[in-house]
Ligand binder design. Structure first.
Ligand SMILES: C[S@@+](CC[C@H](N)C(=O)[O-])C[C@H]1O[C@@H](n2cnc3c(N)ncnc32)[C@H](O)[C@@H]1O
Length: 208
């Protein structure tokens, strides 16, 4: 079964080929303020081996590389990866872009200090969440982090990704991770959705 809900599987297969980045609603041109804060506070420090899952056009991957991280960025859209490679080349940033699935990430066990997920988990089908979390847990070393930003249930209801509750954010993760931080934050407004209430989650892999 595909990891993403049907609507989004269809959408992601062509969006990066057919639309300019400026027309794609989740592309704000910048990294959200909560993730910036994690870098400023060195929760995600320079030198981290970071895997960015569902990297899209690479905005976060390039940001992390610019801040001294060793970044592998994974997406299954070749068009998204092509955009990411262009962006990294523009900055002269070193990012390894890999085509792959979030349920079968093409990296070794425990090879990441940090797994980053921006706007991926909120598109994952509820019945596949535990498989996704298990795959993230395979990739992160014990004591390492999973950092997520997702739509929260404080967002206006409507089309688009699932609005996740605190249970959605917590329960599937607790078998493999402790929770260092979980909070809603206001992120960058977009034209269609000025009220952006997202989750920031920082989970720590058990077993250190
Ligand atoms: C909403 S976009 C988020 C992109 C980026 N992380 C960001 O915040 O701008 C979700 C991304 O997940 C990718 N994706 C969808 N299903 C996937 C799968 N099964 N495995 C890997 N990537 C997938 C899509 O191609 C898309 O780039």
């Amino acid at each position: 079964m595909d990891a993403f809900t049907d609507h989004w599987v269809e959408r992601f297969s062509d969006v990066y080929d057919e639309e300019r980045l400026s027309e794609i609603c989740w592309v704000t041109g910048s990294v959200n303020p909560a993730v910036q804060g994690l870098v400023i506070d060195q929760v995600v420090p320079r030198g981290s081996r970071l895997v960015d899952l569902g990297c899209g056009p690479g905005v976060h991957a390039v940001f992390f590389a610019q801040h001294g991280m060793d970044v592998t960025a994974v997406d299954r859209s070749t068009a998204a990866l092509a955009r990411g490679r262009e962006l990294a080349a523009f900055y002269g940033a070193e990012v390894t872009f890999l085509e792959g699935d979030i349920l079968d990430v093409p990296v070794a066990d425990a090879s990441a200090d940090v797994v980053h997920d921006s706007f991926v988990y909120h598109n994952v089908r509820p019945e596949v969440r535990e498989r996704y979390v298990a795959e993230v847990a395979r990739v992160v070393r014990p004591g390492g982090l999973a950092v997520l930003t997702e739509f929260s249930d404080r967002m206006t209801p409507g089309t688009g990704p699932l609005r996740l509750t605190s249970d959605d954010m917590l329960l599937p993760w607790l078998e493999h991770f402790e929770v260092d931080e979980l909070r809603r934050f206001r992120s960058l407004p977009t034209e269609k959705r000025p009220d952006q209430w997202h989750w920031l989650a920082v989970y720590r892999r058990r077993g250190a």
